[in-house]
Design a protein around this ligand. Structure first.
Ligand code: CAA
Length: 258
């Protein structure tokens, strides 16, 4: 498939990289771009040579939100028919870890896209915000829900109600991002992190991601049972036998992915 709005590459062993590529519009997330992004992620998810993925933009913008020109005149039914937000849901079905490498603007849907990833590496120039209130609307792709679960109610209210933006340093302090790096290094930092994750036992990585995400969905009792079932299930893999044997024999494990 030829992509028009994204670039896809494999910058390191086990790492799939998708770069949003509408620089003139600050990578505004229009329908075609979101379709291509989700298709690319699903293909990387199905690719055995890839163990971890990265979504990035450019130094000036991760993404400045949903494309305002696409929805300015829309009715609610047209918005539903556009399946505008539904595309974001496909990201939830990706089984391998996805890291957002963010520099510049991560606004509106751009902030929500980063929040929907499993980890965020930010450049010192990253700016996170939910400015939808300035357009007479509210976040529609998870901002109110995921921000609250990440940085708490007080700051979420300020971001959503009053367009409070977070610098990279603030985002790190409040637990929104995993690490901050200089602008000419953040992508390499993300690639290194992705490479390290991709080199780990693949089935355990998938179940670990799934178990952590379940904590956002359920009660502690149900979540503990869910985690325990995943833990037991991993004893059916050769990688569990390999990992424990390697530890006991003081050697490096060789993961098979089953
Ligand atoms: N949609 C469509 N086009 C956008 C865009 C967006 N979200 N953000 C920027 N652009 C376009 C501008 O229209 C402009 O295009 P032209 O050159 O053709 O005029 C180009 O990108 C450059 O933008 P600016 O001239 O505004 O550049 P700036 O440097 O002065 O400001 C900015 C940059 C602060 C990112 C500013 O463009 C901005 O505020 N963008 C909108 C941010 C926003 O409101 N995002 C929320 C969108 S709604 C949403 O995301 C809903 C949801 O929850 C799913």
């Amino acid at each position: 498939m030829d992509y028009e709005n994204i670039l896809v590459e494999q910058p390191a062993e086990g790492v799939g990289l998708v770069q949003l590529n509408r620089p003139k519009a600050y990578n505004a997330l229009n329908g075609p771009l979101m379709d291509e992004l989700m298709t690319a992620l699903e293909r990387l998810d199905a690719n055995d040579a890839v163990g971890c993925m990265i979504i990035t933009g450019n130094e000036k913008a991760f993404a400045a939100g949903a494309d305002i020109s696409e929805m300015a005149q829309a009715s609610p039914v047209e918005m539903m028919n556009l399946a505008f937000i539904d595309r974001w849901e496909r990201l939830r079905d990706i089984q391998k870890p996805v890291i957002a490498a963010v520099s510049g603007f991560a606004l509106g849907g751009g902030c929500e896209l980063a929040l929907a990833c499993d980890m965020i590496v930010a450049s010192e120039r990253a700016i996170f915000g939910q400015p939808e209130i300035n357009l007479g609307v509210i976040p529609g792709a998870g901002g109110t829900q995921r921000l609250l679960r990440t940085i708490g109610k007080a700051l979420t209210m300020e971001m959503v109600l009053n367009d409070r933006r977070l610098s990279a340093e603030e985002a790190e302090r409040f637990g929104l991002v995993n690490r901050v790096a200089p602008v000419d290094e953040y992508l390499q930092v993300a690639i290194k992190l992705a490479g390290e994750i991709a080199a780990r036992a693949p089935v355990a990585i998938r179940l670990a991601k799934d178990a952590v995400n379940m904590a956002l969905e359920t009660t502690l009792t149900a979540g503990l049972a869910y985690e325990r079932n995943h833990f037991y299930a991993l004893f059916a893999t050769e990688d569990q036998k390999e990992g424990m044997d390697a530890f006991l024999n003081k050697r490096k494990p060789e993961w098979k992915g089953h």
